[in-house]
Design a protein around this ligand. Structure first.
Ligand SMILES: [Cu+2]
Length: 172
């Protein structure tokens, strides 16, 4: 048994160097993830992030979190001067490209966020991609009411009848 310890230790030491060596393929990764609680107190929170494509194009298929009942991918679109939402099934991430989930565009709709993780200040999300990769990202939780977020909200006039099956979700 004692002989198994050494190779494991060496592998652990080697890992940091592998990450920075030249010629490594560009990794698929996520940064600038954050969650904004619904300013109305009730209703779904919104999640944002930037996804950086790797060597191959992939699709983001699903986002999950143990801190929420359900996460949907949505897109805000302007139609006849009105902001509307639609659910999106998958998001293409071009090779070495960049896809932003940001206020006014693509966003995550986070349903029934666990109050305990809100208290904790961050939500861990798992992103599932079409090539089988699963990436985990920690998103700090912003408790809402900040200037920019509020402006965004007030500029959005969502007609009541556009909510449809995505009820209770305005202004993301
Ligand atoms: Cu939405």
């Amino acid at each position: 048994m004692r002989f198994t310890r050494l190779p494991l230790a060496m592998a652990a030491l080697a890992a940091p160097f592998a990450l920075v060596s030249c010629g490594d393929p560009a990794p698929l990764y996520i940064d600038q993830a954050w969650v904004r609680l619904n300013p109305n107190g009730q209703g779904p929170a919104a999640g944002y992030m930037t996804i950086h494509g790797g060597e191959q194009p992939v699709k983001l298929l699903r986002v999950t979190s143990e801190g929420a009942m359900r996460i949907e991918m949505h897109e805000s679109i302007e139609e006849n001067g009105m902001m509307k939402m639609k659910a999106i099934e998958a998001v293409e991430i071009p090779a070495k490209g960049e896809v932003k989930f940001a206020p006014g565009g693509k966003h995550l709709m986070v349903f029934d966020i666990n109050p305990a993780i809100v208290e904790n200040g961050k939500m861990s999300m798992t992103l599932l991609f079409s090539d089988g990769q699963r990436l985990i990202v920690d998103a700090p939780i912003q408790k809402g009411g900040s200037g920019e977020a509020k402006d965004q909200m007030s500029n959005m006039a969502t007609p009541a009848n556009s909510a449809g099956a995505m009820g209770g979700h305005e202004g993301h």
